[in-house]
Design a protein around this ligand. Structure first.
Ligand code: KG4
Ligand code: ZN
Length: 348
């Protein structure tokens, strides 16, 4: 397949990137100028559609993306007062995520970029989450340590520079967000669970239950959240069998405390190991206030610069994809026209 790609890398020209995100249950598009200036940001959330099922139904998610992608992109371009011909490139999430959802974004972005004769930029969703920090903090500099906590992933990543990183630790079972969602469901709190656990925890006692903290082998930067999840489920089942009513808020607060405690302790260990001068937080769980507060204290104690995006840039969004796309564009790291969705894509 041949297509003429315009060379827009001329520095005197504004570099405008359209970012598209459809990996899970948000259809989102953003227009970003010169890597920092967000001209528009549209997010069409499917949360209400999936809420009645207690979680994302993949088939429904891809259909919703098909219905909304074009409208979301048109709205983003209109609000930004940008035409396809003004774009330098189109960035799209190609993994990880739900295969059907990813395919809608990838196919749409491909068609748009091909039609406009501009580069297609394939973005790893996890990288996108971390790059949201470059949008909220324009002064951000490498090297940095990133704690990425989302619904599907929990990673500690050391970044030397753009594209140069090392994964220091990852979850061996459940992701932090996944565990929060499962316990919220068991407590009948709602979906997605993280914000509901956080809200309930405000009225609960974090010391009411001593749930386990899996630290794994000494020095390990990996995570494991299936143990604490099972411990909470056992506590709930035992109480039910004995006819004891537990205070939901106490369970939520103690569980949140255990999750945040492990995340913070592993981050301290990673800061000590890497001597990173900067720490960034990313992913949906990064919206959690307790986690933000605890890490702020840690950073102060350790003399480390700490930053995190506002909640809207923590959960899935197109702006973070546009930021990562901007850096791919600068290094002319264009995706091939046969780019495919990679549901199991990870950080190498
Ligand atoms: O990054 P994200 O939007 O999607 C994935 O890439 O997975 O993360 C979604 C996760 C869900 O598990 C959700 O419960 C969690 O982020 N989350 C939170 C909060 N807001 C969203 N967890 C804790 N506290 C929050 N305020
Ligand atoms: Zn995400």
């Amino acid at each position: 397949m041949d297509v003429v790609v315009k060379d827009n890398v001329a520095l005197e020209k504004d570099i405008v990137i359209l970012g598209i995100e459809t990996s899970c249950d948000e259809t989102s598009a953003a227009v970003l100028r010169n890597g920092r200036e967000l001209l528009s940001h549209i997010i069409s959330s499917q949360v209400k559609t999936h809420q009645k099922f207690g979680g994302v139904v993949p088939e429904v998610a891809s259909r919703e993306h098909i219905l909304h992608l074009q409208g979301v992109v048109e709205e983003a371009l209109k609000e930004a007062k940008i035409d396809f011909k003004d774009l330098a490139g189109i960035a799209v999430t190609y993994g990880p995520g739900l295969v059907g959802s990813l395919l809608v974004g990838v196919a749409g972005a491909k068609a748009m970029a091909y039609g406009a004769g501009i580069p297609l930029l394939g973005i790893n969703h996890l990288e996108g989450h971390i790059y949201a920090n470059f949008l909220s903090d324009p002064e951000l500099k490498f090297p940095l340590l990133a704690l990425l906590v989302s619904g599907g992933h929990t990673h500690l990543v050391y970044f030397e520079n753009h594209g140069q990183y090392e994964v220091l630790g990852r979850t061996r079972d459940d992701a932090a967000g996944e565990a929060l969602d499962k316990i919220a469901r068991a407590l009948d709190l709602g979906y997605p669970g993280g914000p509901y656990i956080e809200k309930a925890a405000l009225k609960g006692d974090p010391q009411a239950f001593d749930f386990p903290r899996a630290m794994l082998e000494p020095g390990s930067l990996d995570f494991s959240f299936s143990g604490v999840k099972s411990a909470v489920l056992n506590t709930l089942n035992t109480a039910r069998m004995k006819g004891i009513t537990l205070k939901v808020e106490d369970v939520a607060a103690s569980f949140q405390e255990a999750i945040v405690d492990v995340l913070v302790r592993k981050t301290i260990l990673a800061l000590e190991k890497t001597k990173a001068p900067t720490l960034v937080l990313a992913g949906g769980v990064a919206a959690n206030t307790l986690l933000r507060e605890r890490l702020t204290e840690v950073a102060q104690e350790q003399g480390v610069y700490f930053t995190y995006p506002p909640p809207v840039l923590c959960t899935d969004n197109g702006a973070m994809i546009a930021v990562a796309g901007y850096y791919h564009y600068l290094t002319q790291d264009y995706a091939p026209w046969d780019l495919n969705a990679v549901p199991g894509l990870n950080l190498a």
